[in-house]
Design a protein around this ligand. Sequence first.
Ligand code: NAD
Ligand code: DAU
Length: 341
Amino acid sequence: MKILVTGGAGFIGGNFVHYMVNKYPEDEIVNLDLLTYAGNLETLKPVEDKPNYRFVRGDIADRTFIFDLFEKEQFDVVINFAAESHVDRSITGPQIFVQTNVLGTTTLLDASRAFGVKRYHQVSTDEVYGDLPLDRPDLFFTEETPLHTSSPYSSSKASADLFVLAYHRTFGLPVTVSRCSNNYGPYQFPEKLIPLMIARALADEKLPVYGEGLNVRDWLHVYDHCVAIDLIVRNGKVGEVYNIGGHNERTNIEVVKTILKALGKPESLIEHVEDRKGHDRRYAIDPQKLENELGWKPVYTFDSGIPETIQWYLDNREWWEHIISGEYQDYFKEMYGEKLQ
Ligand code: NAD
Ligand code: DAU
C-alpha cells in the first residue's frame, strides 16, 4: 500500500510515521509537510534512511500542488494529521486555522475523490465536542455528543470533520474520522502544556498555569493514539467516527505538580496567570466503540507514561533545545536545501 501521511513532521504525525515505517516495511509511507513553525525534520531522523519512507514538502491547501502530487503518486490511503494545532495561537490569529484546517482538508478530500483513494482518514480531536462541566464526573464524550466548539481551533477542526463526513454521504468517499483526547509523549512541540512545563522547570523558570489550574484534560500517550489510528484505517467501518481516549483525567495543576516532583523542582515555580479566553473546563472521552468494535486497549496509563516521557525529554535535550533556540529551522536547509525549495 502507498500511504500519504500529512503533517508527519509534527508531534503525532511524526510518531505515527515512526510507527508505520517500522511496523509495515512492505508499505510505502510518503510524509507531506509544509514545515511550519511546528514541523521539524529532526523528528524524522530515525527513519529518514529507510527504503519505505519519503518526505515531500508542500501545503495541503495548495490545490495545484496537491492534485499534481496525487496524480503522480496514486495513493491508496491518505491520513491527514496536518493542521494548525495550538488553541492559544487560534485566539491570537484564527485565519490560518481556517486556511489549513478547513481549506487544506477540503483540498485533500477533492484530490482523494479525483484520484480514487481507497481510504481517507481524518485525525480529529475531542475539542469538537466542546467541554463538560467540572461537577459532572459521570459525563463523557461519545460519538453521538453534539459538536459544540469553543475556540477558533476547535471550530476549524469541527468544520473539517463535517466536510469529511459530507464527502462520504454526498460522494461516497470512503472516509473514517478519529477524535482523540490530549496527547503527550516524545517529540511534542514545547508550546504545549507538558513539554513546556518540563523545559521551563529544568531552566528554573516560572511555570504559567492558566487561572486556578483546575481545568481537566484526558491524557493519552501518543503511542496509543498511533495504534488506534492504524486499527481504524485498516479495520474501521467506512463513514464512522471513533473516539480515542484512555480515562486518564487530571487537572492541569496535578500535571504540573507531577512534573515538578519528578524533576525535583519546587512548587514555588508555579505562577497562576490570566486564564485562556473561552477556556474549556473538562474533556473526557468514552472509548467504548473503539474498544468493542476494534479491540483497542491503551498500553499506557498516565502514571506509567509520564515518567517515561519526562525521561525522554531529559535524554533528548538537544531536540527541544534546538526548537527553543530556533536552530531546528536550519536543519531543513542543511538536509534539503539543494533538493527542495
Ligand atoms: P503539530 O502542530 O505538532 O503538527 C502539525 C504538523 O502539520 C506540523 O508538522 C506542520 O508543519 C504541519 N502543517 C501545518 N500546516 C500545514 C499545511 N498547510 N500543509 C502541510 N503541513 C502542514 O500537531 P499535533 O499535535 O501533532 O497534531 C496533529 C493532528 O492531531 C492535528 O490535526 C490535531 O488537530 C490532532 N490532534 C492533536 C492532539 C494533541 O493533543 N496534540 C489531540 C487530538 C488530535
Ligand atoms: O484535546 C485535544 C487537544 O489537546 C488537541 O486537539 C490540541 O491540538 C492540543 O493542543 C490540545 O489542546 P489543549 O488546549 O488542551 O492543550 P494545551 O497543551 O495547550 O493545554 C492543556 C491545558 O493546560 C489547557 O487547559 C490549558 C493549560 N495551559 C496550557 C499552557 C500552554 C496552561 O495552564 N498553561 C500553559 O502555558
